[in-house]
Design a protein around this ligand. Structure first.
Ligand SMILES: Nc1ncnc2c1ncn2[C@@H]1O[C@H](COP(=O)(O)OP(=O)(O)OP(=O)(O)O)[C@@H](O)[C@H]1O
Ligand SMILES: [Mg+2]
Length: 398
């Protein structure tokens, strides 16, 4: 039996593509990054692949860079999906237990999960993944794992994540155009949640907020299960755009200003800076002016998150708190701002389980790998990581 597994992850983001190759030692459980790269990317809008050819070009560059850094040939990849057209919907399934002795088998569980996917969706929408909330055996609910229980009727209540088919098609086209094979597709904020949330937080009730460049993915967990999922079509690049408009400057300068001077923290004390000057661009503005621009956009995102919390009746009710990640969360003062707006414990989410990853923008990519390793360890020796969608959801089984 193999002593280690190697997997490849591809995070197609609005601002950049990240690729990582990692190895998991099956003896110690340790995961080590063998190679990684990040290349700028056009062709993605608000988290969705809008121009597959351009994305393919960026993936090819990333692949070449991995090759140069000594990675073995990359073929199969675990890939993310983003964009606000991903959505969650509740559903349920019901089947009769098939074995003569009425003991629930793995096959019954798979059948009832399959039944829960049979939803009347518009022809351009499809179910991407299924996340069980609970199972019911002969009407008795609250069962986390029905395997081996005796019963006649097996039901499940689930959360389905659905995607807009053309976005999925574009994603597939971009990846296959670069000569890669999709081994699994995982929504970005779920991958980030795997990387940054602890099992205890998911058990207590917690939220993952992944602030990317073009979108913000949010997923909520309770009792270890996914209870809600939503993506908002705004991210940190919208702050950059607002700065460019507010200061009448080009995007590259606005991005530099955001990273160098952007903050959500108010200045206090004698050393207050009253003016920021960028002489080579003939720009001069007050820190307060910049902070107002940033705050307006971030407020918009947090008020949507607050509305979502209200929708699922979890305002002030997630003891595991809100964990912020994605490059957009690097903005100074983000945690304090989130605490104040969401009235919940908040912290930055850095990658756990893989040492040495500090950059918040790498959480999704690391989470793709960790989700893949979880799924691989569960599957039979020598088995591949799921077909396009197979088995990935299993890590979320209670
Ligand atoms: N230090 C920083 N301060 C402020 N913003 C930052 C900082 N570092 C990165 N960002 C912002 O984070 C964004 C990139 O984050 P990330 O790589 O997570 O996004 P992405 O994956 O490309 O986009 P998406 O997930 O929305 O498709 C950019 O908009 C960038 O300006
Ligand atoms: Mg991202």
């Amino acid at each position: 039996m193999a002593k280690s597994i190697i997997l490849n992850a591809l995070d197609i983001g609005t601002s950049s593509i990240k690729m990582m190759v990692a190895q998991k030692d099956l003896g110690t459980g340790d995961v080590a990054i063998l190679a990684q790269t990040q290349v700028p990317c056009l062709g993605v809008r608000k988290g969705e692949v809008s121009n597959p050819q351009e994305v393919t070009q960026a993936i090819i560059v990333a692949k070449e860079q991995l090759k140069k850094s000594g990675a073995t040939k990359v073929k199969g990849v675990l890939v993310n999906i983003g964009g606000s057209r991903l959505y969650a919907v509740s559903s349920q399934g019901l089947v009769s237990v098939s074995r003569a002795d009425q003991k629930i088998s793995e096959e019954d569980i798979q059948r009832v999960l399959q039944a829960s996917r049979a939803l009347n969706l518009p022809s351009n929408k499809e179910v991407l993944d299924v996340f069980p909330k609970e199972f019911l055996v002969d009407g008795e609910g609250g069962i986390a794992d029905p395997l081996g229980l005796a019963g006649i009727r097996l039901e499940t209540k689930v959360l389905l994540i659905c995607a807009f088919s053309p976005v999925l098609e574009n994603l597939g086209e971009a990846v296959s155009g670069a000569g890669l094979e999709v081994e699994g597709i995982i929504p970005s904020s779920l991958a980030s949640a795997r990387a940054c949330l602890t099992l205890q937080q998911k058990e207590l009730g917690a939220g993952m907020v992944d602030i990317g460049a073009g979108d913000t993915g949010v997923s909520f967990f309770e009792e270890g299960k996914l209870i809600d999922f939503v993506v908002f079509p705004w991210g940190s690049s919208h702050i950059t755009n607002d700065i460019a408009l507010g200061l009448r400057t080009e995007i590259a300068t606005a991005e530099r200003i955001k990273r160098e001077f952007g903050t959500l923290t108010s200045q206090k004390g004698k050393k207050r800076v009253t003016k920021i000057e960028i002489p080579e661009k003939s720009l001069s503005f007050s820190p307060k002016f910049l902070k107002n621009i940033i705050e307006t956009r971030i407020s918009e995102i947090f008020s949507e998150i607050q509305k979502e919390l209200k929708k699922i009746s979890k305002q002030n009710l997630l003891p595991g708190g809100i964990v912020l990640t994605g490059g957009g969360a690097e903005l100074p003062g983000m945690v304090e701002f989130a605490k104040q707006r969401l009235k919940l414990p908040c912290r930055l989410g850095r990658v756990r389980d893989i040492p040495g990853i500090e950059d918040l923008a790498l959480s999704t990519c690391a989470g793709l790998l960790l989700t893949g390793f979880d799924s691989e360890v569960e599957s039979p020796p020598g088995g591949k990581v799921g077909g396009r969608l197979r088995r990935i959801f299993k890590m979320f089984l209670p």
